[in-house]
Design a protein around this ligand. Structure first.
Ligand code: AMP
Length: 146
């Protein structure tokens, strides 16, 4: 069965382009719908969860900037309508899985750095997304391991 709805998780770096190009080809071959999601991570999470100050204004700025970056990223892919661009807030794995379920996606695509050593032990978003995913996950290799 060809895929019907592909969700591409994008961190909005230039590395997303090879993943998007692969996704576009796959979507065209399967006549599938294509959507993208970027997840803004709570600032407190980066500081270990316990920050003794109000980060809400900074958080709002971060969210607004992410919206602009997502729109300019999507500008490179004219077929990506506004209803196919999703901005979520939270933990990437959780939010990508939630959106994939909500949107009825049958394939999630992520970029993968093919890490090894300590980085492998610490894990990666690609690895994280794979675990407990509600559908297939395709990790596109971004570069060769050193
Ligand atoms: P990383 O393991 O963080 O280097 O990211 C690998 C891949 O995970 C990226 O190429 C994206 O596909 C996905 N990813 C990482 N961070 C995010 C994010 N904040 N939102 C959506 N996808 C992400």
């Amino acid at each position: 069965m060809p895929y019907q709805h592909i969700l591409v998780a994008v961190d909005l770096t230039e590395e997303c382009d090879p993943v998007m190009q692969r996704a576009q080809k796959l979507a065209a071959n399967s006549h599938a719908k294509l959507s993208v999601v970027h997840v803004v991570e709570p600032m407190a999470m980066a500081f270990g969860g316990d920050v003794p100050m109000d980060l809400s204004m900074l958080q709002q700025q971060q969210f607004d900037q992410a919206r602009e970056r997502l729109d300019s990223f999507a500008g490179k892919y004219p077929k990506l309508g506004t209803d196919q661009r999703h901005l979520a807030y939270g933990q990437p794995r959780q939010e990508i899985h939630r959106l994939a379920e909500e949107q009825g996606c049958d394939l999630i695509m992520v970029g993968s750095h093919g890490r090894h050593g300590l980085a492998l032990l610490l894990g990666s978003t690609a690895n994280d997304v794979l675990h407990g995913a509600p559908c297939d996950v395709l990790a596109v290799r971004l570069n060769k391991p050193e």
